[in-house]
Design a protein around this ligand. Structure first.
Ligand SMILES: [Zn+2]
Length: 121
């Protein structure tokens, strides 16, 4: 791992301690962009930390029209390909562009294991 990525990883892990186990993606983005990271680097750092077993990623799917939460999932694979909003009836495809239809919550592994059954459908 190069030194920039290592630094970003340390910041993410420090934020998890500061926020007591669970950090919204907006906070991670804001803090890492402040350090000069691009959003691509932010996401690749998160995926690397998940692969290394240091963090868990929780995906909260929101309707792009009315912003209501439609479900919470512990992996992208669990999210249905077609989503139907039961608040406003808007129908949309699962987007691979995670920044829009989805909100990502980052949790440390200990908390993630404990909370998995409650947070993920
Ligand atoms: Zn909706």
């Amino acid at each position: 791992m190069n030194s920039v990525k290592k630094k970003l990883s340390l910041i993410i892990l420090a934020l998890l301690r500061e926020y007591k186990h669970i950090v919204p993606i907006e906070v991670i983005e804001r803090e890492l962009v402040k350090e000069g990271a691009s959003l691509d680097t932010v996401y690749s750092s998160l995926i690397k930390l998940e692969k290394d077993g240091k963090i868990g990623l929780i995906f909260e799917v929101r309707c792009p029209q009315c912003d209501n939460v439609l479900g919470t999932y512990c992996s992208i694979k669990e999210i249905p390909d077609i989503l139907n909003c039961y608040h406003c009836s808007y129908k949309f495809r699962k987007r691979l562009d995670l920044r829009y239809a989805l909100r990502i919550i980052i949790a440390d592994q200990k908390f993630f294991r404990r909370a998995r059954s409650q947070l993920c459908s």
